[in-house]
Design a protein around this ligand. Structure first.
Ligand code: WT7
Length: 658
């Protein structure tokens, strides 16, 4: 990795925080020193943000690494922290959720109403025989009941496993089986792209294969016809009839809160286990710090789905523990029109927006004039998460959405880390477009070589985390060995200095001359071209910096002379002519552009102009499929692909050389 090309770190643009925001920021520069002086004391201070039924005896027990215990002996109830305490403090009338259905129907839910719903759902779960420690699968559209279901589980100590509503019967049933879930909470369907999309038939098939499931709780959202079995109960006939009185019991700080499956590159999905006290401490702190949340005045909107960790940590647990007012949106960004997001920002006066690079690039492709038609002056902090954000996409976000006023926080983290780990602080950090900048206070991230030695500024290697953090995964559900193998064995136990345990994140990264961190994508996404390591992210960013390019995906394809050769798939911007000669010319121009930006070694062997790119439902480009196309293999498994027709278009184009 040390040979990686130096283009990203030569980024010279830098944006200091707006003065006014900096002056009133929740977190100031001093937090870094405070945390560095005594990391555990720092996290203990953050844990004091929460209401504990019993105070902890010890901040961290790391006597059996890498199995961490945080806030040992402490007890708390997560739902109490996210709901009841705001009501008890007289903020019951404050809006918790402005919900916007895709067809345009809306619901406004205050903290007092949320308390009623969560209490009723908790009572119903108990009546259905769910007790602390049981697992509950949640397979829902983006409706308020999804958050209510999660909080109701947390309230009674049941461990939830949310399965993204776009997943198949197989994905759902293997997750039910792996966690041995007793109950599924679902809905008849939800609205997507202007029509009701069914969920219940998938659940019916999955439940038929899952003997552990005793009951299925069904929210009526669309009113579409559903098959009914004797395990099924309507939400409106149970939860909505249940008593709104429910006393939350405290649970141990290490009580299992949720399992969330993340697909590895190989093998079956990993059930990432998160627990109670440390998790809530870090998501609550980071939500307050990274977004500079002012709960009295901000309107926060995270566009993720509840089925991803971003939805868990930054729609449900972080914002609600902080008493935030947030927007929750059910549908897609282009229904009924491509202006839906900006219409929502304008309507609710959203002040903090948290979204993903894939969406930002899509908006870029749709054209600047769409956001330009809206009043976005309420926005004051913009966030990005999910993959490296190309400098040009970052600049587009800043100029067209932030109108050159608002800081951008590019937040690096993973399902496994539970909460944000590397990010600017909006009132402190002078940001560079495309860099996640520095680890947050209390977090020790580093870039190391393959001997686990820290690389100097200017160097590249593997991103690692050196010290345990409160919201870290505790294990892979039912598979401690895989937990050790996947994250802790890369550098060996006791690698580095002393007997350090080093967490291997699986991402490539480099430090620029100032020590700022640049994420380079998964280490599997590094290409070896004539003996040079080149990251797919770097070539993609070079392509996206060309004015004709909206989006790019790069793969390394086997090549008889260079080992691997760079093949790029490029989506041109809407207005660009790609017919006939114009397309050929653009192709040559783009190859030369990369060569000029990164050096001749990074010049793609081949560029394909394509209308779309294959993405997973969480928005990550499926480079594996593109590699199949680039190497002329028949297409592998496309079941987690957002839109499988895309692949047909792309491979057809490859055959004709276009
Ligand atoms: C992987 C984790 C974090 C919640 C959503 C994804 C990539 C995530 C960034 C970022 C560069 C990023 C990494 C990471 N990633 N955020 N800001 N810059 N890369 O969670 O599905 O567990 O994926 O997403 O490769 O390892 P996830």
């Amino acid at each position: 990795m040390s040979e990686t090309l130096a283009n990203l770190s030569s980024e010279s643009r830098q944006f200091p925080p707006p003065e006014e925001l900096a002056a009133a920021a929740n977190v100031k520069a001093g937090a870094y020193e405070e945390a560095a002086a005594d990391r555990l004391a720092f996290w203990a201070t953050q844990a004091d943000r929460l209401t504990w039924a019993k105070k902890w005896d010890q901040v961290l027990d790391w006597s059996n690494p890498p199995f961490a215990k945080w806030f040992v002996g402490g007890e708390l109830n997560i739902a109490y922290n996210c709901v009841d305490r705001h009501v008890e403090a007289g903020r019951g009338d404050k809006v918790a959720i402005h919900w916007e259905g895709e067809p345009g129907d809306t619901r406004t839910i205050t903290y007092a109403e949320l308390l009623k719903l969560v209490s009723q759902a908790a009572n119903t779960l108990t009546e259905l025989g769910i007790a602390a420690g049981d697992r509950v699968a949640i397979y829902m559209p983006m409706i308020p009941e999804a958050a209510v279901a999660m909080l109701a589980c947390a309230r009674i100590g049941a461990t939830h496993s949310v399965v993204f509503g776009g997943f198949s019967v197989d994905a759902l049933s293997t997750r039910i089986k792996d966690a041995d879930a007793k109950l599924v909470i679902t809905a008849d369907g939800g609205y997507r792209r202007g029509k009701p999309s069914a969920l219940k038939p998938t659940v019916d098939e999955a439940v038929a294969k899952s003997p552990s499931i005793e009951n299925v709780l069904v929210v009526r959202r669309t009113g579409q016809d559903v098959e009914w079995t004797d395990k099924d109960k309507w939400w409106h006939e149970t939860v909505e009839q249940a008593s709104p009185e429910h006393q939350a019991q405290p649970f141990d700080a290490e009580h299992p809160l949720f399992i969330l499956y993340t697909s590895g590159t190989t093998g079956k999905p990993k059930g990432i286990l998160h627990t109670t006290g440390g998790y809530l401490t870090q998501v609550s702190y980071t939500h307050n710090a990274v977004f500079d949340l002012k709960p009295e005045t901000d309107v926060y909107w995270c566009t993720a789905d509840i089925g991803w960790v971003t939805g868990h940590s930054y729609i449900v647990y972080g914002p609600l523990s902080n008493g935030a007012t947030q927007v929750m949106y059910e549908g897609t960004p282009d229904t009924p029109g491509r202006d839906r997001f900006w219409q929502i920002v304008d309507k609710y006066k959203v002040s903090i927006l948290y979204t993903a690079p894939t969406l930002i690039r899509t908006m870029m492709k749709w054209g600047d004039d769409i956001p330009a038609g809206y009043d976005l002056s309420s926005l004051r902090v913009l966030g990005s998460v999910g993959e490296p954000i190309n400098p040009e996409a970052w600049m587009w976000y800043r100029e067209n959405i932030g109108r050159n006023r608002t800081p951008i926080v590019d937040t690096w983290w993973q399902t496994e880390t539970g909460g944000v780990m590397i990010s600017p602080l909006p009132g402190v950090t002078a940001t560079k477009p495309g860099s996640a900048m520095t680890p947050l206070p209390g977090i020790t991230a580093d870039v190391v070589d393959d001997q686990a030695e820290s690389v100097p500024n200017g160097g590249g290697g593997f991103l690692v985390l050196r010290d345990p953090w409160p919201s870290m995964l505790r294990t892979i559900w039912g598979d401690d060995k895989r937990f050790l193998d996947t994250y802790w064995s890369r550098f060996g136990a006791g690698a580095g200095s002393g007997d350090e345990w080093i967490y291997f994140a699986g991402d490539g990264a480099k430090k620029d001359e100032d020590g700022a961190l640049w994420l380079l994508g998964r280490v599997d996404d590094v290409m070896l071209v004539s003996g040079h390591n080149i990251s797919t992210t770097e070539v993609e960013s070079a392509l996206v910096s060309h004015p004709s390019v909206a989006e790019a995906a790069v793969v390394g394809a086997t090549d008889p002379t260079t080992g691997q050769a760079i093949v790029a798939f490029v989506i041109p911007r809407g207005s660009v002519d790609t017919e006939g000669d114009a397309g050929d010319q653009l192709n040559v121009e783009l190859r030369n552009h990369v060569s000029k930006t990164l050096g001749p070694i990074a010049k793609p062997r081949q560029i394909m102009l394509v209308p779309e790119l294959p993405k997973t439902r969480s928005g990550k480009i499926m480079r594996r499929l593109l590699k199949d196309v680039a190497e002329n293999r028949s297409l592998g498994d496309v079941t987690t692909l957002q839109d499988s027709a895309v692949m047909e278009l792309i491979s057809k184009g490859m055959q004709t050389g276009k």
